[in-house]
Design a protein around this ligand. Structure first.
Ligand SMILES: Cc1cc2nc3c(=O)[nH]c(=O)nc-3n(C[C@H](O)[C@H](O)[C@H](O)COP(=O)(O)OP(=O)(O)OC[C@H]3O[C@@H](n4cnc5c(N)ncnc54)[C@H](O)[C@@H]3O)c2cc1C
Length: 141
């Protein structure tokens, strides 16, 4: 998505080597690859000017996007033995289309139930989980 907005460099931090189809796709999208790790982000507190790389070079950039992974910290998930799903974005709880988890009667909403963290999706999933929980109470299943 990011190459749609301008010249893009993928900093792999030396931890990931794109290959095959992924590499072809990055080339098609005009993405430059940088393997040397970013060790410092330099700016004036408001704008980023450049990043310093482990091999001593500096690269000017206008913006920096990171790809953090979500981890589940609540002990409730393990206590209720809810099944989880691993994705490149991290871990979320396995749910069906009505947001019911692998444990009957337990409904999950928000980022916990969705690999695409987004406010609108979180609200929509909360609505679905609420409706489905109410329905389950009415029909006792
Ligand atoms: C930096 C950043 C930028 C983002 N930008 C956007 C954006 O531009 N647009 C967009 O749509 N989405 C954006 N998101 C994603 C969006 O914020 C989330 O998808 C959304 O907030 C998820 O809502 P949620 O209710 O699932 O979880 P949260 O908003 O994380 O709410 C969970 C709440 O539960 C509380 N909590 C946790 N454990 C317990 C406990 N044991 N007991 C009681 N309370 C507890 C937490 O304190 C928190 O208030 C961004 C996220 C981040 C981190």
């Amino acid at each position: 998505m990011i190459p749609d907005w301008g010249a893009t460099t993928l900093f792999t931090q030396g931890q990931y080597k794109p290959e095959g189809e992924v590499l072809d796709h990055l080339h098609q999208r005009g993405v430059s690859l940088e393997e040397s790790a970013i060790v410092r982000v330099v700016g004036d507190g408001e704008h980023i000017q450049h990043v310093e790389l482990a091999d001593g070079r500096q690269t000017a950039i206008q913006g920096l996007y990171v790809a953090p992974q979500v981890t589940i910290t609540s002990p409730i998930v393990a206590k209720l033995k809810l099944e989880t799903v691993e994705t490149p974005m991290g871990t979320h709880i396995k749910v069906d289309e009505f947001k019911e988890s692998s444990t009957a009667g337990v409904f999950v909403a928000g980022d916990l139930s969705n690999p695409m963290q987004n406010g609108t999706f979180a609200i929509a999933s909360g609505t679905m989980a609420g409706v489905a929980a109410h329905r389950a109470l009415m029909f006792n299943h």
